[in-house]
Design a protein around this ligand. Structure first.
Ligand SMILES: [Zn+2]
Length: 165
């Protein structure tokens, strides 16, 4: 087992994410989150801070909006009738969809508002413009397998998670 975080290793960690207003907006609820170090699976600033850490290390790091989900761009959310979505689509605030723009580009959109008849698509991530505060604990480090290295991301905590891509 490797004991220091370095490129091509899978790192398993727990985290809590808060905004400036102390609101907890992300937490893995005791589940361990894996990422492949050196492949920008996570925010580059957080990945840089991970370098050289070992199991049991804890740290806090804050990110500017720019280093997090980006600055908020002043756009008007697009009103779309619910009927434009498949019947089984989950239409709740904060849900993301990858949609094709008129120029053929695939872009993520988030539902910023939902009412009985319409949903509102916003190109801003719900946490755009927010300063982010992470608390992170490293709980495991392991070698990546060949498939994970080829894909550039881990397949679950143990490397055997089924996946479809
Ligand atoms: Zn994969």
């Amino acid at each position: 087992m490797p004991d220091i975080i370095a490129k091509d290793l899978v790192v398993i960690y727990n985290y809590t994410l808060r905004t400036q207003s102390e609101e907890v907006v992300g937490k893995d609820e005791g589940e361990q989150t894996p990422y492949l170090h050196g492949y920008e699976n996570i925010f580059p600033k957080v990945e840089a801070e991970m370098e050289g850490k070992k199991v049991g290390d804890r740290f806090s790091i804050s990110l500017s909006a720019e280093d997090g989900f980006g600055e908020k761009t002043p756009t008007t959310p697009q009103q779309v009738p619910r009927s434009a979505f498949p019947e089984d689509a989950i239409l709740e605030e904060g849900v993301a969809f990858n949609l094709e723009t008129p120029t053929g580009e695939i872009m993520p959109f988030w539902l910023s508002e939902v009412d009985e008849e319409f949903v509102y698509l916003d190109s801003n991530h719900p946490l755009a413009g927010e300063k982010l505060f992470f608390e992170i604990e490293i709980t495991g480090i392991r070698e990546a397998n060949a498939v994970e290295l080829e894909h550039g991301h881990p397949h679950g905590v143990d490397g055997h998670a089924g996946h479809h891509h």
